[in-house]
Design a protein around this ligand. Structure first.
Ligand SMILES: Nc1ncnc2c1ncn2[C@@H]1O[C@H](COP(=O)(O)OP(=O)(O)O)[C@@H](O)[C@H]1O
Ligand SMILES: [Mg+2]
Length: 396
């Protein structure tokens, strides 16, 4: 176990290409931290700087409080698992897993003991004498993880380790990695992925990175927090749009009035919507974006503030139905999530209930207005019962 700190970390690649801008971040001992963001935002670059495979242009990288900027990879107490497992094809599973220890001249009995222990944890004991070509993709990835485990690192680094696996295996291996962290006595892990579902399901802490805009093309942190914090309190439009599928509906409008608990917004169609949040730092007339997640819209609402819209299209997934609705002004359709068996004829006009407590609001610069805390208490998710802080809770 080890803590990792980034202090004003910048990375400029040769040719004066700025890639990482001013990253400040603390990863605690034993934490499973996920770096997530669109392709090209600098996730791998950050991870490779921790590993020592990439120079740090400026700033300090600390492992357990010690600056390690110039320390070679082998002296950092880390082990890395890549997307491509890169096993040695001519070696058995056991020899692949013990390779780093043989390089370090560890005694044979100790190597065998470590390999056996890792094989047990990963349930590959029956595969130890096979060659990589005799394994499935999932088994190979487990061997690659085993190779990292035998080194007993303080920090595990994973760079999109599941991208080469098919959908079913990805879910299974994802659960195995989360359980592995517990079995290993909570080793510290940094896990890189572009997949927000992987980030949500695995992370203690999510670090969401943005690629920047047209003028500033470098990765920077958009938000850091627990999965539920990012879901319920996205700090900006980027975070709001990145976490959640289908994406949060974002409707342009302007602020009409604001109290500490209630904001009235005239959306682009001229309709008025109330959001239960504090927009008092803005002036009436300020340009805003109102956000509401598809799963929080109540189709066929009675007694709720509602938008009346025509159904353009539906997608039936069995357990739920996505309803795409006409938007008078914006190019994007509004999306609502309904029950799987709800009748929603195309062309019909439906009343979409917009619960004021479910609304998000963003200012012209895309920064979120603060939402009250009490909506988390309203969640009543069974697995949150008894948890001391619902935002920190994670499925066991
Ligand atoms: N060796 C390199 N030299 C120059 N630019 C690079 C190099 N490696 C990566 N980049 C650029 O840095 C940015 C971030 O890359 P990367 O860290 O691989 O992103 P991610 O892992 O988030 O997809 C990209 O724009 C990429 O083209
Ligand atoms: Mg990458």
């Amino acid at each position: 176990m080890a803590s990792i700190s980034f202090r004003n970390i910048n990375k400029i690649y040769a040719g004066n290409i700025p890639v990482i801008r001013d990253v400040n971040l603390d990863i605690a001992d034993g934490e499973l931290c996920v770096f997530v963001g669109p392709s090209g935002c600098g996730k791998s670059t950050l991870l490779r700087m921790v590993a020592g495979l990439e120079d740090i242009t400026s700033g300090d990288l600390l492992i357990d409080g010690k600056q390690v900027n110039k320390l070679p990879p082998s002296a950092r107490g880390i082990a890395m698992v890549f997307q491509s497992y890169a096993l040695y094809p001519h070696m058995t599973v056991a020899r692949n897993m013990g390779f780093a220890l043989r390089l370090a001249h560890t005694a044979k009995a100790a190597i065998d003991g470590s390999v056996d222990k890792a094989a047990r944890i990963l349930q590959v004991e029956h595969l130890l004498e096979r060659k990589p070509k005799e394994l499935s993709g999932g088994q190979r990835q487990r061997v690659a993880i085993g190779r990292a485990i035998v080194r007993e690192p303080g920090v595990f680094l994973f760079d999109e380790p599941l991208s080469n696996l098919d959908a079913g295996l990805r879910v299974q291996t994802r659960i195995e990695i989360a359980r592995l962290q517990r079995k290993l006595g909570k080793a510290s892990m940094i896990y890189v992925t572009h997949d927000q579902v992987e980030a949500m399901t695995l992370a203690d802490k999510i670090v969401l990175l943005n690629t920047g805009d047209a003028t500033h093309r470098y990765g920077s942190i958009a938000q850091v927090g627990s999965p539920l914090e990012l879901y319920h309190r996205p700090r900006n439009l980027f975070a709001a749009g990145f976490i959640g599928s289908p994406k949060m509906n974002l409707i342009p409008g302007e602020l009409v009035s604001a109290t500490p608990t209630r904001a009235e917004v005239r959306i682009e169609t001229g309709e008025l919507l109330v959001a239960e949040l504090d927009a008092t730092r803005l002036q009436p007339g300020a340009k805003v974006t109102l956000g509401v997640r598809p799963e929080h819209i109540v189709p066929d609402a009675h007694g709720l503030q509602a938008l009346h819209r025509q159904v353009m299209w539906t997608e039936r997934l069995g357990e739920s139905t996505f309803i795409y609705l006409e938007q008078a002004c914006s190019a994007d359709a509004l999306i609502a999530k309904a029950k799987g068996d709800q009748p929603v004829p195309c062309g019909a006009t439906v009343a979409l209930g917009i619960p004021p407590g479910a609304c998000h609001l963003f200012d012209e610069a895309g920064q979120a207005l603060p939402r009250p805390c009490h909506d988390l208490a309203k969640l009543k998710l069974p697995w949150l019962q008894g948890a001391t802080d619902p935002l920190q809770a994670k499925v066991a």
